[in-house]
Design a binder for this molecule. Structure first.
Ligand code: RIB
Ligand code: CA
Length: 311
């Protein structure tokens, strides 16, 4: 199999960082065309710098990093320093990046790549969907160059930033609606599935005993991350949201899902950013996404540990 052309759109962010490292550690499967960054967990100035820091950490400064939208389409930016720390990578101190940030805007990069793709591109969307939504509004024809979009976002059950909404879809609900309405081949991994993939003490220990500097860094990141979710949702450990997208692309058989019609609430207060899914699509409400519902958590961590051990 030829490596899959891949663009990762993200807001690093601790779990984005683990997702990027998993992708870096899988060069046989991914031709990583670029990393586009967006404001989300922390402001854009930090997400783009953190993406470059992680390229250095993984010795993958060959992968170009682009800065995208510094705020949502309509709503004011909200960030999550309480979860990811003031730097966005709480638990570790990575050197200032020396690799250049690309001058091209992330939205222009997304449009250009999808319009000129020799082989259809997979987009892994790990943050608020502002960049992808702006690109699709400006250049709907870019859809012809997209193989699939795999998104970490949404929740059929309880939210995490509000009782009704998951963070990525809440930060920019209008962008999420543009993307789910765009007619693209979508796969959505929401909290319902990422809350099944939690970092238990045993799984953390397996990463620590990798005995590599990278294993230590990942363990340090995970040791600090996501405790709020443990208490809020009564989980056995912090959930590993974004890496589930990369694990799905590497080993889809670790997951199961159903085609559904998905819409996003863009009005109101209580339910703003809510994922509204219909598991019985009809002619008038056809399925527009594969919604992932289960994960083999042991398999995901075994994959993550095995790959990081090679990096
Ligand atoms: O709700 C979890 C998602 O929001 C993850 O992508 C996390 O990085 C934050 O962006
Ligand atoms: Ca993210």
């Amino acid at each position: 199999m030829l490596p899959r052309p891949l663009i990762i759109d993200c807001d690093p962010g601790v779990d984005d960082a683990i997702a990027l490292l998993l992708a870096f550690a899988s060069p046989d499967e991914f031709d990583l065309l670029g990393i586009t960054t967006v404001a989300g967990n922390v402001p854009l100035a930090l997400t783009q710098a953190n993406a470059r820091r992680l390229c250095h950490l993984a010795q993958r400064t060959d992968v170009p990093v682009y800065a995208g939208c510094p705020r949502p389409l309509l709503r004011p930016l909200i960030t999550a320093e309480d979860i990811h720390g003031s730097t966005g990578l709480e638990g570790v101190v990575l050197p200032e990046p020396t690799m250049a940030l690309q001058a091209q805007h992330a939205v222009a990069f997304l449009m250009e790549q999808c319009m000129t793709a020799m082989a259809p591109i997979t987009i892994a969307a790990l943050g608020p969907l502002t960049n992808l939504a702006v690109a699709l509004i400006q250049c709907p024809a870019m859809a012809k160059g997209i193989d699939q979009v795999v998104i970490m976002g949404g929740a059929l059950g309880l939210g995490n930033i509000t009782p009704a909404a998951e963070f990525n879809f809440y930060v920019d609900p209008h962008a999420a609606k543009v993307v789910v309405d765009a007619g693209l081949p979508l796969t959505i991994l929401g909290l319902d599935v990422t809350h099944q993939v939690v970092t238990t003490a045993e799984r953390l220990a397996a990463l620590e005993t990798l005995g590599t500097p990278l294993g230590q860094t990942v363990a340090a990141l995970l040791r600090h991350y996501g405790q709020d979710d443990v208490e809020r949702h009564g989980l056995a450990g912090p959930p590993l949201h974004d890496p589930c997208v990369i694990a799905y692309l590497l080993c889809p058989d670790l997951f199961t899902g159903r085609p559904m019609h998905v819409d996003i609430e863009t009005e109101g207060t209580l339910c703003l950013g809510r994922t509204v899914a219909n598991a019985r699509p009809t002619e008038t409400l056809p399925a527009n996404a594969m919604v992932i519902e289960t994960a083999d958590a042991e398999g995901v961590y075994a994959l993550l540990t095995e790959r990081l051990g090679k990096l």
